[in-house]
Design a protein around this ligand. Structure first.
Ligand code: ADP
Ligand code: MG
Ligand code: MG
Length: 877
């Protein structure tokens, strides 16, 4: 079986086999671009390696050797040859892009002999030994697992000894001495000498790259980005080109557009006389790409042309790695560039305008998860007076938090409920857990393409890079800005859009819709057939929802109106009433309050449907806590506190609360069960709805109330309550006005039996709204309030379940019930309107499912509406 594919034989479609890097290197080779030749070891070989208990098979090693021989011929060099040595890089390359998460080793094939050959061949001793020390360092840390700090401090000492600040100023002799120190370090840390046998080097490097698939930071990154563990990584073995050969050489990264703003400008950074990770690791702060235009105009033009060609070819913004060796340009990688949501939108909209993409392509490309970022917060400019430092605006958005200087501390503090800003000299992939935990990140070194910037943008976290005035001393838990000192725990505010680090906790401003988002949403609306409604419980939320594009309210939870301090006592009086008369009195007080809420909501939603759910939760949710009441009662009774009157009041309250207490309230007297036993409660709510409708109609508002009966499990429940609605509607509105108020009555399907008996229930319903929170709870038999803390997290972590079913709809089980109910319900009543209103209404995968089974709408919280509109369009495509 073929497990090794030379670049000239692959192409971009083979990404699953060759990984992203390998497939694109092959595609670029095909397109005639200057790519150093090499070959890719497939992801299948990686999986086979894992299966064999982390061992490379003999057949794979043979194929690698054969491909290497071919490469030797292409390059006219020989691997391990003392006079004319071939050097290679061994590069990881996963299927889904995981920038910086896995390992790469450069300059492989150097040893004590070949380094001399390289020096003689290039007539550049300093260069050759620089390559060798880099190999020792990378091989030592990546392959042999020695902490890179050991190498760094040896390097630091060498530079001090030579009295230089920059790596490229170290002399050849300095490198030679450092190489001996590195070799001694490797020997003492591992008990074995650095392998002089170049084939041994290659074999160990391939193994190390395969194994790096399972290193901690790669695992965290995969989890965060939902990349399957089963993918494995490919390995690319590529002949080296050298950006560290002197002043006519260099290396850099360019984006075909600005990844922070999406602006159509050539964007990037480079360093002269540097190799590999020097740019992205932020070791020196790089130059902006426009400087290359002056330094090497011909190379700049060639790079620009190649970039345009690649962008056109891939129809997307590209992130391109390049190296210049002695005035000759090489391309080392291209991929779709990571970008933040705002840039993603702008780029997609621009590509449509430039005729590169269709609207459909553009919409289907939007990552809906990232849309959250778009509704970014900003800084209240008036308050931002105490600017500590100005760095590069690496990832937009504003963040407030307490300063911490270490990733572990960030994680700990956040677990303890604090908001933190992570400040580092530069970040490395080892800091990823800290970046995830922090509200925002800033670094004192590194550019727009440094690790911190790339990772933060991907996560939509505000990030500021390269604040050169800041000196961070993690060991002392403090940092210095000019002559100012800031300690761990002090509050700071980051503005990723302008690159400012500001002292103190600034007030943040909420986000607004950008022009590009509005355009994209308009395109999405043209495409989608699934409607998007909002869950909104009051006029304010309804207003926001409408602004964000809601086409109606899918769920208005009336009980949320009961919790305000002014109303709760009346609600309690209603619940605790000794008889019906007393209850009616309290209800009469509640009626105008509910009515005015409904009026406000109807006005906001003028002309659109408003689905109002009648009272749902168990009554004790509105009452004082039983335990506390019992304690107070005991104090009053046995310890003789308080007055007689108070004692009696508490005793009576306790009796009632005890009487209402349920062992399992989620399955108790709630929803329509309550409405049937105490019809006067629903009666009042229905009356409030139609009175509000009546006032609104008089004011010229078009109202479409849809009254939703919760927790129905038997058709008779709905039948009775529907009759109640129709009766009250008649009474309140009278015949004539009724005609101006086209209302509907439907039910939430959230008890499994309701789904199973949809045929009977549909006979009494105008619509079904799937309450997927309760439906999930009851279908799985998982208590929503307990499961997550107990077993559910364990289940998901151990992959017993693919997702938390309360976040992503369980299409296999719960989804089946929904599909059944929809199909059967429509058979009985073709006009039946269907939708979902659980948390799932704002989840992309769940939305795709809702479209697939033909629901009419999804309903979600207001801020998720843009996401749902895009996802609904993607579902159609
Ligand atoms: P990552 O996936 O972390 O970006 P890469 O495999 O792209 O790792 O390697 C990192 C850097 O190493 C590249 O950006 C490039 O500068 C350098 N590099 C890799 N292969 C070569 C090569 N054959 N010649 C010169 N430089 C290389
Ligand atoms: Mg790379
Ligand atoms: Mg419910």
């Amino acid at each position: 079986q073929k497990q090794v594919v030379p670049f000239q034989e692959g192409d971009a479609s083979m990404i699953a086999l060759l990984g992203g890097k390998g497939a694109n290197l092959a595609e670029m080779t095909r397109a005639g671009l200057p790519v150093p030749p090499g070959f890719t070891i497939t992801t299948e070989a990686c999986l086979a390696f894992f299966e064999k208990g982390n061992r490379l098979s003999d057949s794979l090693l043979e194929q690698v050797e054969a491909s290497l021989n071919q490469l030797e011929k292409q390059k006219n060099q020989t691997f391990g040859d003392a006079d004319n040595p071939l050097l290679v890089s061994v590069r990881s390359g996963s299927v889904s892009s995981m920038p910086g998460m896995m390992d790469t080793i450069l300059n492989l094939g150097l040893n004590d002999k070949t380094v001399r050959g390289l020096a003689a061949l290039t007539n550049n001793e300093k260069f050759a030994y620089d390559c060798y020390r880099r190999l020792l360092q990378m091989f030592g840390s990546v392959v042999l697992g020695i902490e890179s700090g050991h190498f760094e401090s040896l390097l630091h000492r060498m530079k001090e000894k030579e009295g230089v600040h920059q790596d490229q100023d170290v002399t050849a002799n300095g490198w030679k001495e450092l190489i001996e120190a590195y070799k001694a370090c490797i020997l003492s840390k591992t008990g074995r000498a650095f392998p002089q046998n170049v084939y041994e080097q290659l074999k160990l490097a391939i193994e190390a790259v395969f194994k790096s698939w399972n290193n901690t930071r790669a695992q965290i990154y995969r989890k965060l980005n939902r990349i399957p563990d089963e993918q494995g990584t490919a390995v690319n073995v590529q002949s080296m080109v050298f950006g560290n050969m002197g002043e006519n050489s260099g290396t850099g990264v360019v984006f075909t557009r600005n990844p922070s703003t999406g602006e159509h400008i050539f964007f990037g950074e480079y360093l002269m006389n540097a190799q590999g990770e020097d740019v992205v690791a932020g070791i020196r702060t790089p130059l902006v790409i426009s400087a290359l235009q002056e330094e090497m105009p011909a190379i700049y033009e060639q790079l620009l042309d190649a970039s345009k060609q690649l962008e056109k070819h891939y129809k997307d913004m590209q992130d391109i790695e390049f190296t210049v060796e002695n005035n000759k340009l090489y391309l080392l990688q291209t991929r779709s560039g990571k970008r933040n949501a705002q840039a993603a939108l702008k780029i997609a909209v621009d590509l449509v305008r430039e005729g590169v993409l269709t609207k459909q392509d553009a919409v289907s490309r939007i990552e809906v998860l990232h849309l959250d970022q778009l509704l970014h917060r900003g800084i209240d400019e008036a308050a931002a007076t105490d600017v500590l430092a100005l760095g590069l605006p690496a990832s937009p958005g504003a963040a407030v938090g307490q300063l911490v200087f270490e990733a572990d501390t960030a994680e700990e503090w956040v677990r303890a409920g604090r908001a933190v800003i992570l400040a580092r000299t530069e970040t490395t992939p080892e800091d990823i857990h800290g970046v995830i935990a922090a509200e925002g990140v800033f670094t004192s070194r590194g550019g727009m393409t440094s690790h911190a910037a790339v990772v933060a943008r991907g996560m939509g976290k505000p990030c500021v890079c390269g604040c050169e005035e800041v000196r961070i001393v993690p060991e002392e838990k403090r940092m210095f800005v000019r002559n100012r000192l800031l300690e761990e725990g002090e509050w700071v505010t980051l503005d990723g859009a302008t690159g400012r680090v500001i002292a103190g906790a600034m007030p943040l401003l909420e986000a607004r819709m950008t022009e590009e988002l509005l355009i994209m949403l308009k395109w999405a609306d043209e495409i989608r057939t699934l409607k998007v409604f909002a869950n909104a419980d009051n006029p304010h939320d309804a207003g926001i929802a409408r602004q964000l594009g809601a086409e109606g309210i899918g769920l208005c939870r009336t009980e949320h109106m009961f919790f305000s301090p002014a109303r709760l006592p009346v609600v309690q009086r209603m619940i605790l009433a000794e008889d019906k008369e007393a209850r009616l009195k309290a209800l009469a007080q509640l009626l105008p309050m509910q009515q005015s809420d409904f009026e406000g909501i109807f006005e906001q939603m003028d002309g659109l449907p408003v689905t109002i759910r009648l009272l749902d939760p168990p009554l004790h949710e509105f009452l004082p806590n039983l335990d506390e009441l019992q304690k107070r009662h005991a104090q009053l009774t046995y310890e003789g506190e308080g007055s007689i009157k108070e004692r009696e009041e508490v005793a009576s309250l306790l009796r009632k609360v005890q009487a209402l207490h349920e062992a399992n309230p989620m399955l108790g007297q709630r929803g329509c069960r309550l409405g049937i036993v105490y019809p006067e409660i629903y009666d009042m709510q229905i009356e409030a709805i139609f009175r509000a409708a009546s006032t609104c109609i008089d004011a010229g508002v078009r109202v479409h109330p849809e009254i939703m009966i919760p927790l129905v499990g038997h058709a008779n429940e709905l039948k009775i309550l529907r009759e109640l609605v129709d009766f009250v509607a008649q009474q309140v509105l009278g015949k004539d006005k009724l005609r101006e108020c086209p209302y509907q009555v439907g039910t939430m399907i959230e008890v499994p039996r309701a789904a199973l008996t949809a045929r009977q229930i549909a006979a009494h319903a105008d619509f079904f709204s799937f309450g997927t929170n309760d439906l999930t709870q009851m279908t799985f038999g998982y208590s929503r309030d307990d499961a997550e803390g107990k077993f559910l997290t364990h289940y998901v972590n151990n992959k017993l379940l693919p997702h938390n079913p309360f976040q992503v709809l369980d299409t296999e089980g719960v989804g089946q019930l929904i599909e059944l109910a929809v199909n059967v319900g429509r058979l009985v009543k073709p006009s039946l309107k269907t939708g979902i209103c659980g948390e799932h209404g704002g989840d992309r995968e769940s939305i795709l499912f809702c479209h697939r089974i033909g629901l009419d709408y999804v309903s979600c919280s207001p801020y998720r509406i843009p996401l749902a509109r895009i996802a609904a369009a993607q579902a159609f495509l």
